[in-house]
Design a binder for this molecule. Structure first.
Ligand SMILES: NC(=O)c1ccc[n+]([C@@H]2O[C@H](COP(=O)([O-])OP(=O)(O)OC[C@H]3O[C@@H](n4cnc5c(N)ncnc54)[C@H](O)[C@@H]3O)[C@@H](O)[C@H]2O)c1
Length: 355
């Protein structure tokens, strides 16, 4: 994107003043000098009035089209409406020349993702997606541990996101783009795509409706295999009453597991290669001692470190400001998010839950 001729705070509109629009975006904008909330769009009069009261100069609109025609100076539109509306609203706003940041999911199927990407390619404004878990310190900490070689070759990762939480709101209905795969998994899959560190070559999914209402899945298991051989298993479930470690990582030199706010790592000395093992093919194993014939002592080192050191966290709105005002490439490119939508579509294959 070219460097902006405009200066000062990025004049921003939020469409949809629910949990995300009000609870995440408006709350963040309140703390920032480099963004200014100038417009909100929501059919709920009370929600508009609250925004007008809390943000001086902010104008409320009940109607999306009226906002598009007369946006009170807005340059950036944050789309935080029901998931099914993200693509049509992103396209409307991009065609009018706005910068657009849509909430996840960018689209509820691959065809729609390609539709909005096509418009975004020709658009004057920037198009990005609020994949806020890419900010997370634990993600960047894991990547730095992988790169350090401490665990050897990382070949298996399990991400478990669990609770026993039933739902019966619009997020349980397919007609609004609901279901765990569209709602929660865009975060989990997106993070795991970063952790795969390689293109995806294989995807398998199992979707079930366990405890929630509606016609969508509330239990998801996705397995992805990278070209590098690494396998990531993602379980996001609404039906697990016993807490599980969020991360488990297996490497050829060590293991990492989340324990609350810490990573517990048990590893061998990364500087010392393991002695080469020669196969002993005798069918009567000497002394009936299995494992390494003749025995082997491995000295493990152990450490506990904070899982999410604050200094490792990124800041999505700061990156967005740099893209809009300084012409930096979008930090979260829609192409990278398309890959997440492709994985989601592949995980649905063979299940009864269609996107
Ligand atoms: N990134 C995150 O961490 C995160 C968290 C929560 C939700 N989300 C996403 O944000 C989106 C909204 O979810 P939510 O939980 O905030 O929903 P919500 O039901 O709390 O809020 C939706 C809001 O949109 C308004 N609305 C309905 N039709 C509209 C229209 N035509 N124009 C403008 N506003 C309209 C509603 O009145 C309501 O205020 C979903 O797609 C969800 O996936 C993201």
């Amino acid at each position: 994107m070219a460097k902006s001729k405009l200066t000062g705070p990025v004049k921003t509109a939020i469409a949809g003043l629910g949990r995300a629009g009000w609870g995440i975006h408006a709350r963040i904008l309140k703390t920032r000098q480099d963004f200014q909330l100038v417009a909100v769009i929501d059919p709920e009069a009370e929600r508009r009035a609250e925004a007008e009261r809390d943000f001086p100069g902010c104008k409320g609109y009940a109607d999306w089209k009226r906002f598009l025609d007369d946006p009170n100076g807005a340059e950036l539109v944050v789309i935080a409406t029901a998931s099914i509306a993200h693509v049509p609203m992103s396209i409307d706003a991009l065609k009018k020349g706005f910068h657009v940041m849509t909430e996840k999911p960018m689209a509820t199927n691959l065809k729609d993702a390609d539709k909005v990407l096509k418009v975004a390619k020709k658009a004057k404004g920037l198009f990005t997606v609020h994949q806020n878990h890419r900010e997370d310190a634990d993600l960047h900490h894991l990547l730095s541990i992988f790169d350090s070689g401490l665990l050897g070759r990382v070949f298996y990762i399990r991400m478990f996101s669990a609770g026993f939480r039933r739902r019966n709101d619009w997020q349980t209905l397919r007609k609004f783009g609901g279901g765990t795969l569209n709602n929660t998994c865009p975060h989990n899959i997106d993070e795991c795509l970063q952790l795969l560190q390689s293109p995806v070559v294989d995807v398998w999914g199992d979707l079930q409706q366990a405890v929630s209402a509606g016609d969508t899945e509330d239990h998801v298991q996705v397995m992805m295999r990278g070209k590098n051989g690494r396998v990531i298993e993602i379980v996001v479930t609404s039906a697990c009453a016993i807490p599980q470690p969020h991360w488990l990582v297996l490497g050829t030199k060590g293991t990492l597991i989340s324990e609350g706010k810490e990573f517990y790592i048990k590893h061998l000395d990364p500087a010392k290669p393991l002695p080469k093992l020669k196969v002993n093919a005798a069918l009567a194993v000497p002394g009936r001692k299995y494992g390494v014939v003749g025995g082997e002592e491995l000295s493990f080192l152990e450490k506990r470190v904070p899982a999410a050191p604050p200094e490792m966290a990124k800041n999505l709105y700061s990156e967005l400001y740099r893209s809009i005002r300084e012409g930096k490439k979008a930090w979260i490119t829609p192409e990278s998010v398309r890959e997440q939508i492709r994985v989601i579509a592949a995980a649905r294959k063979g299940t009864k839950f269609k996107g």
